[in-house]
Design a protein around this ligand. Structure first.
Ligand code: GDD
Ligand code: MN
Length: 396
């Protein structure tokens, strides 16, 4: 039997970066580590190859007086970002690469970068030169003097700005920020910032309670700490992107919603499951529409028409779940086809368990037929969700 290709297996065999990039035989160090690392700069990357070296050059300049290191957390970029970082790292040991296979996600990338370091101060910063690295020494100063445990680079206080955003994005960003602040009771001006520095002790304490989904790491940290963190904000100007393009799109609004639901319910409700149920509800309408069409236009008898409608509704659910519920681990190509087949089988079994449970509940009390019906539907939904999470979309 041939094993299906696992999503984390790279489909193309890549050459070693040693073959491609000229590595000098005597290491050239622009900076020599003399003491323990004081600051780790965590830099999430997804296709940022062109930004790697300009960024390192800037960090070397502004951090000249500090013992620092950089950890690039790369989600297996196809443009060779990771290979490039490693090639630089062979010359400069303070540049490291943490490459993740088969994973996507800004928050988890940052958290893992933070936890891969051991220095007392950790900065998280975009790797595309949009964040102002000249703020880093000031941030270190604030933490060193104990004036704060978390310093946030803010676009929304006096002196900061996000003018490089287009109108639409600026509007969404301001609105989302307002909603999140109100609902989660977060006090800082720019909780959506991807630019901040934190004391390691605080980061380690918060890390286990973070929701990890999505991209709003800072908001999550501040909400999770429930006002116990001493926060300082420093203004900065969000710059225009020079190379490559933004990886965040309109779907980040869903991420934000997910985070809010998770935080409000103390992580009891998984947004994924809610999303999965919501998709399932839309599937009911598709099912009824397909059934009507099959009976009317297709002139099928009820049995085959109902079967066809079921297959169509399951396929619909699969496509939506793949696009929304599991947008961070979307299946494509061959994996999409095998995923769809598995999903069909799983949901067929789910339907059987639904009917089984409903019948059993109905046996207890036929009066309360709706409890039996609802119980069966919930059983089917939970089965479909749990089993497809394990066998269709690999979740962590
Ligand atoms: N490892 C990893 N995995 N890195 C990622 C991923 C991912 O899935 N998605 C994005 N990145 C990296 C990018 O390569 C970049 O270095 C950084 O994260 C920010 O991503 P962008 O795609 O450039 O985001 P943006 O500029 O549109 O959004 C910025 O503004 C938002 C506020 O409106 C970022 O600073 C966000 O963090 C911020 O919330
Ligand atoms: Mn950016």
């Amino acid at each position: 039997m041939q094993m299906p290709a696992l999503p984390f297996m790279p489909s193309v065999k890549r050459e070693s970066s040693l073959d491609k990039i000229d590595v000098p035989s005597t290491p050239v160090l622009t900076r020599r580590l003399v003491g323990p690392v004081e600051l780790t700069v965590v830099l999430p990357t997804f296709n940022e190859r062109g930004n790697v070296e300009p960024l390192i050059a800037r960090l070397e300049e502004v951090l000249a007086g500090i013992e620092w290191e950089a950890i690039f957390v790369d989600d297996d970029s196809q443009d060779g970002t990771a290979e490039h970082v490693r090639a630089v790292g062979r010359r400069k040991p303070y540049i490291r690469c943490l490459q993740r296979l088969g994973r996507r996600g800004l928050s988890t990338a940052c958290i893992e970068g933070v936890l891969a370091s051991s220095s007392p101060f950790i900065a998280v910063m975009d790797a595309d030169l949009q964040h102002d690295e000249t703020q880093l020494p000031k941030m270190v100063g604030l933490l060193q003097r104990g004036e704060a445990e978390l310093v946030v680079g803010s676009r929304y206080i006096e002196g900061g700005s996000a003018d490089s955003f287009d109108k639409g994005r600026a509007g969404v960003s301001v609105l989302a920020t307002e909603v999140a602040k109100r609902v989660l009771g977060v006090k800082i001006a720019d909780p959506m910032s991807g630019f901040f520095m934190i004391r390691r002790a605080a980061a380690e304490e918060i890390a286990p309670a973070l929701s990890s989904q999505g991209f709003k790491l800072l908001l999550d940290m501040v909400a999770t700490s429930r006002g116990t963190l001493r926060v300082a904000e420093l203004p900065y100007v969000f710059r225009e992107r020079q190379h490559g393009e933004s990886k965040l799109d309109a779907r980040v609004v869903l991420d934000l919603l997910a985070l809010i639901v998770a935080k409000l319910s103390n992580d009891a409700v998984s947004f994924r499951f809610l999303m999965f149920c919501f998709v399932g509800l839309t599937g009911v309408f598709i099912h009824m529409a397909a059934l009507a069409v099959a009976l009317d236009l297709g002139a099928l008898t009820f049995g085959p028409a109902q079967t066809l409608a079921t297959v169509i509704a399951i396929a619909w659910n699969f496509v939506l779940n793949n696009a929304l519920t599991y947008r961070d681990q979307r299946l494509s190509g061959w994996a999409f086809v095998t995923g769809l087949l598995r999903f069909q089988v799983i949901c067929a079994v789910g339907a059987i368990s639904n009917v089984g449970v409903a019948n059993w509940l109905y046996g207890y009390d036929p009066e309360e037929w709706w409890i039996a019906g609802l119980g069966g539907a919930l059983m089917g939904a939970v089965w479909n969700y749990v089993v497809s999470a394990a066998f269709v979309w690999r979740t962590r």
